[in-house]
Every structure is written in C-alpha cells, then in structure tokens.
Ligand binder design. Structure first.
Ligand SMILES: [Zn+2]
Length: 409
C-alpha cells in the first residue's frame, strides 16, 4: 500500500499540485486513499478511517487509520509516506531497539521465542509466543535507517503467536530481553555475540558449476565440504559461520568477499582444481599479497581491524603481530592442516589475484583441495568420508587461528 500511495502521489504533476488548493488536494487524496485502503489488501489490514491534517504552510499530512491500529502518514514536501508504528510496537532508532509495552497486563514468555536467521535473503524472523495474535497489528512497516528496511508483522492465528520479519540493510542478530515496563528486541552485530566468525565460500554454484569431470560438478563438491564444515562449527558456541551460499545458487563473485568484509573475521573459499593434464594432482592454497604502489583496490593482507593502509611494514611484520593474521599466514595454516589430514601431495601456497581474495579486507584464503581432472583424486574426493576429513582439516585450521590470533573484540 505504501508503494501504491507513493506511486499515486507521484503521478500528479507538480503543476497541478501547486495550482490546486490544499483543500481540493486533500479531498482528492482522502477519496483515493479511502478507496484504496478499504480494498482487501494482500499485505495490509483494512482501513477504518482517513483524515487530513494541515500543519501549517504547505505541509499536508494525510493519516489513514487502519482497523489493526496501524497508521500511515503521507506528508508533503518530502512526499515520502511514513508508517507510524502502532502503540504496542515502538522503535527507537538510536538504540536500534523495538519495544513492546507490558501495559494492560500484557505478558509473554520470551524463552519461547523462535529465531530464524535467513541471512542469505537478508531477513531475520522472530516468532513471539503471544496469546493475542493481533496485539502488534498487521502489516509491513518501513523503518529505513542504516540497520533496517522494513519490519513485517504477521499474526499466526493458529497458535496466537506473532512473527516479526526484519528486512535488513546490514546482517544482524537479535537479543531479546525485558525490563519492568517493556519487552525489548535489540539488533546487534554478529561480532557482539560470537568471538570468531568465519565466512565460508563454496566456489561457483547455480549456472556456474566450475569444473566438471565424470559428470561431477565442482560446485557440488565445494558445497558438500562446506556443509560438513558447517556441522562442525555449529557445535562450537564461540564460533559462527556464514556461507556465501548453502544451496546450488548463483552468487555474484563480488558479493562473496563483500559478505566476508561485512561480518567475518576470516574468509575461506573452497574449491576443487582441474587441469588439462590428467597427471597433475595435489592440494594447494592461495592468498593475495598487497603490493605497495600497485593499483589494487583493496589489500590482501588486511589484519583483523580491516586496515587498508600500507604503513604496517612487510607482510612478515604483520604476521608477527599478536593481533594480526595475514592472508598468507592463513593460507599456510590451512594448507598444512589439509596436507596433514587428507594426505594429498603438497603443492604449496601461492599469491594470486582472485577476486574473492583481492576484495577481501579480512584475512582470506582459497583452498583447492585436489584435482578433479585426476581420476584417482576424483574418486577419493567424491566420497563423503573425504569430505568429512577435508572439513575436519579446515576446522582444525580455524581452531588454530582462533587460538593464536583471537580477533580483538
Ligand atoms: Zn573452482
């Protein structure tokens, strides 16, 4: 409805807006809005009233009262409709908190809340165990600040609960708490909750399968190892993993390092190799080395602070810093752990300008577990036993990084 209002308003030429009187304009608008608002809307409750409000000068507010106590404000000169939160659901943009007053004896048990972090869609849903599904109203509200786009309030008639779906500008987690007067929903940075966050990037996916050998797609192998790795990380309460994909989805190449930069402490891209020479085999890992005075956009050995300047000295100096881990150091650790565990030939670590490494502002490595073009390695790598071992090797590498280079918080 918000979009419809916006679109209707913007269709009126400015000349007409200027020439007709306020009262005529208000009449037209109220009529339009009343017609729209009383229609059954897929995502909005019906309106029960609409009224104009003049606040002096050229400012015109038109307020639509909806049955579920929600309201929408539509004001000139911004001509941006603003949703006004219902009285039972207050947003404080300074504190990034939503508050539900405990007034009129309203209570709920927050321990029964169910969280769903759909970060691939940049959405987070919290289902609150309420006995009154209409308590917060119904509909989608624009928040539009640096954290949020909208919050969608959706009553679940069957069990009386209410689902709040936050559409996020930045990936966030949510803390629930209460004080004497309110239930409080607070958006927090993932780094506020977890001591160590790894962004795992299963290479390729969707319409980009990567290498294909013996009918096996690299993108599927990359995902299989990633899922084994996720299962290990989920058991560690201090660690959190985000993946650039957790299905056979196409993911923009640049979006991968961007996710790492947004939430991660380190970035690991998982690949399987291929070569026209079928006799080539073994494991290798890559990093990107920033070269001063070169024209790269980002460095490849940024430390945990995401520093992007070159005044840290050499890469080796960085590696000596107790708080910093270089991308090369990360590649070294992962390569060693992989060789120890899966026992393929050690092809070493190499400096390469891969996009996922170049655009990472956190320590980043890309591992090539083995060669799909080599029949012997392919036969091993397609087994679940191998995928579990490779995941365990990378997980051991994560534990090593976490122990020696704990991210400063
Ligand atoms: Zn690949």
């Amino acid at each position: 409805m918000r979009n419809m209002l916006k679109c209707l308003y913007s269709r009126i030429p400015q000349k007409i807006k200027n020439s007709i009187s306020h009262s005529a304009m208000l009449f037209v608008f109220c009529t339009l809005i009343t017609i729209i608002a009383f229609q059954p809307m897929a995502r909005m409750a019906y309106a029960r009233d609409s009224r104009p409000e003049t606040s002096g000068g050229s400012l015109i507010d038109i307020i639509v009262m909806l049955i579920s106590e929600l309201s929408v404000e539509f004001s000139e000169p911004q001509s941006q409709p603003q949703f006004v939160f219902p009285p039972n659901f207050q947003y404080n943009s300074e504190e990034k908190t939503f508050r539900i007053p405990k007034s009129n004896g309203f209570t709920m048990d927050l321990s029964g809340a169910v969280h769903m972090d759909l970060y691939h869609q940049r959405q987070y849903t919290i289902t609150l165990p309420m006995n009154d599904p209409w308590h917060l109203g119904y509909g989608e509200f624009a928040v539009i600040d640096d954290y949020f786009q909208t919050v969608y309030i959706s009553p679940n008639i069957a069990d009386g609960s209410v689902s709040l779906t936050f559409r996020l500008q930045q990936l966030k987690l949510f803390d629930l708490s209460e004080d004497e007067g309110y239930y409080i929903i607070r958006a927090i940075y993932p780094r506020e909750r977890y001591q160590f966050i790894v962004v795992i990037d299963p290479g390729h996916g969707g319409n980009q399968p990567g290498a294909i050998h013996g009918g096996i797609r690299e993108s599927d192998l990359n995902l299989a190892v990633t899922r084994q790795l996720l299962a290990l990380i989920e058991q560690n309460e201090h660690m959190r993993a985000y993946t650039t994909r957790n299905s056979d989805a196409s993911v923009d190449l640049w979006a991968r390092p961007r996710l790492g930069n947004e939430v991660g402490d380190i970035f690991i891209s998982i690949h399987h190799n291929a070569n026209t020479n079928r006799n080539v085999y073994g494991t290798e890992s890559f990093y990107f080395l920033y070269i001063p005075d070169d024209d790269y956009d980002y460095n490849g050995y940024a430390d945990y602070y995401g520093h992007n300047d070159i005044n840290h000295g050499t890469v080796d100096d960085i590696a000596d810093n107790a708080y910093a881990l270089s991308s090369r150091g990360l590649a070294e650790i992962m390569q060693r752990q992989l060789i120890n565990r899966i026992g393929f030939r050690d092809r070493g670590i190499h400096n390469r300008r891969f996009v996922v490494l170049r655009y990472s502002q956190i320590p980043a490595t890309l591992v090539e577990l083995g060669f799909m073009s080599n029949q012997q390695e392919l036969d091993i790598m397609r087994t679940e036993a191998f995928q579990r071992q490779a995941a365990q090797a990378i997980y051991n590498g994560l534990l090593e990084v976490f122990a020696h280079y704990p991210p400063p918080r």
